[in-house]
Structure formats: C-alpha cells, structure tokens
Design a protein around this ligand. Structure first.
Ligand code: ZN
Length: 309
C-alpha cells in the first residue's frame, strides 16, 4: 500500500482460444501506466488476449511464465515480438531454452496432446536477449515497487515456478496447486489435480507444502480465476485430494494395470472429483486436462513412483 491506495491492480484476463472461454487465465498486474503479464495463454489465444490488454491502456513491460506448457507460455514469444514495450520474459531455468527454440517442446506436445496441440498452436521463437532466469526465492522488484517472490514448484513440470505478490499475498499458482474452475454451465466449481507426464509426485507434494509455508492469502489459478481467502486451507485440502488420486493409480498399476481408459473409469468410480472432471461439458476439461492427469498418473505408477504417499 502506498498513500492508501493499492500499488498493484490485478486483472484476470481470459487467454482461452476461441470458441471456448474462461478455461485458461492470464493475469495482468498494473502499476501506474505499466504492467506485467503472468502467463500468456497459448499462441492461438493472442488474438483474444491482445484487445483485453490494449483496453487497459498500459505498456506491457514484462512477462512471467509459470511454466512452458503451451497453454501457459505458448504466446510468450509472439507477444514479446509484437509489443515493443516488452523488455523481459522471466522463465524457470529448465524452461528457458524451449522458449528460445520450441521445436522439441512442440514435438513432445504434438505427441502428448494430439489435436489440442494444434488448437493451442506452435510457439514462435523468443529472442534470447529477452530471457531472464530468476532463482528460487528471489524477489523481483519490478515497475518501481511491485514485489514478486519466485518459488520453484516442480512436480506438475520440472520447469514450474509459482509467484507470490508480496504485498497482497496473492499466489499465482499456474498448475502447481491443481485446477479450480467452472465448467461451461458455470454452476459447479471443479477442483482436481493436473498431473501430465512426467508427473513427479514427491516434488509436487513438497511444492504444495512450500507454498503453504509462505502463507498466501489468495490463489490465482492458471485454470481459472482467483480464490479469495482460505488459500492455505485450499493447498492442504488439495494435497489430501492429490494423494487419493495417486493411491488409486498406484493400486491399479500394482495389479498389473496399464490401460489409461480403465484407470480413468476406476478414478471416476472411486473419486467424486474425478467423476465431475471426466463428465465436464468442456472438452478442455474432460479431454485435455482430465485425460492428461490420467496419463501422468499411470506413467508415474508404472515407473514405480507414488508408492507410500
Ligand atoms: Zn495448464
């Protein structure tokens, strides 16, 4: 707070490619007439995101990506190249080279995501002189006073970091604290883990503890929107829920199971949160997110990870 008014104004922007809506979020942090964008959405959503940023009448100075998956950072290079105001793109050290040269990321995404890779689009190449790699625990001071703490939060991906806005206690969790969003009917809020391959259960659970220790007040989810208050409670509840999902997968694999469709059915029959995710009207939820979670849990269990959690 400065002089009684909040230094940073946070806007939730919709970076979901058409025709879907409100499944992928970007956040604009505005201070004066300048702004920082946390997550960019996929490249194919830039045409819907650009007018939202433009209507704020601010100069976009910096981009921070929680991780390099196409739905979070796919438009980073496109934005940095098309808006002359963008000075820096902050990314986890394990992700930086894939923003500069996305060929490997694109090939892996095509293989894992099928039609969703084309729906999200192939990322452009980011000029390497824009890339900044912050360290774990570093507090970035941007736009003359916005304080953002970087927290490495591996598990969902090895290149995942979360960001805590120090003054307000708002945590930008990307995909490190699961999904908490509405389906297309907008009535039931869905909470479930997002654990695509190669999911690392131990790191994921440690990351949840690490975020809870910082005592965030609210959470801004990559999918989708801000949960005001009860952030630590949410993280603790989510941890218990992820453990339930992991245990189902481990038990299935221990019986020799290896079929993702069968594991999906077992999850749906054993966990209400899985049933809600699998039956969501939005294919982004039921086919992209839930499907990715099942594949990652199966891969984890077959690799022998996740036992004893
Ligand atoms: Zn995501």
């Amino acid at each position: 707070m400065i002089g009684g008014c909040t230094l940073v104004e946070v806007k939730t922007l919709d970076s979901t490619p058409e025709p879907a809506q409100k499944k992928i979020a970007s956040y604009l942090l505005i201070s004066g007439d300048e702004a920082i964008l946390i997550d960019t959405g996929p490249k194919t959503a830039w045409r819907v995101l650009e007018p939202q940023i433009e209507s704020e009448g601010v100069a976009l100075k910096h981009i921070i990506v929680t991780h390099i998956h196409l739905d979070h950072a796919g438009a980073a290079a496109t934005i940095a190249r098309s808006l002359g105001s963008v000075e820096k793109v902050f990314v986890h050290p394990r992700g930086s080279k894939h923003l500069v040269n996305p060929e490997k990321l694109w090939a892996a995404s095509k293989q894992l995501l099928g039609p969703f890779a084309d729906y999200f689009g192939k990322p452009d190449l980011l000029p390497s002189n824009k890339v900044v790699v912050p360290s774990d625990g570093e507090v970035l001071e941007l736009l003359g006073g916005v304080r953002l703490r970087i927290i490495y939060t591996p598990g969902h991906a090895s290149h995942h970091m979360s960001i805590l806005e120090e003054d307000s206690g708002l945590l930008f969790s990307g995909d490190s604290a699961g999904i908490s969003m509405y389906d297309d009917d907008g009535e039931v809020r869905l909470d479930f883990p997002t654990t695509p391959p190669p999911f690392k259960p131990k790191e994921y659970l440690e990351s949840l503890d690490k975020m809870a220790r910082l005592e965030p007040k609210s959470i801004a989810f990559g999918h989708y929107g801000v949960l005001n208050g009860e952030a630590v409670e949410f993280l603790k509840r989510h941890k218990k829920e992820v453990i339930r999902w992991i245990r189902v997968a481990v038990e299935y694999a221990s019986r020799g199971g290896g079929d993702p469709d069968e594991l999906a059915r077992i999850l749906v029959n054993s966990l209400p949160s899985a049933a809600r995710a699998a039956r969501a009207r939005s294919p982004i939820i039921s086919e992209f997110m839930f499907r990715g979670t099942v594949l990652g849990l199966l891969d984890m269990a077959v690799r022998g990870e996740g036992r004893g959690v």
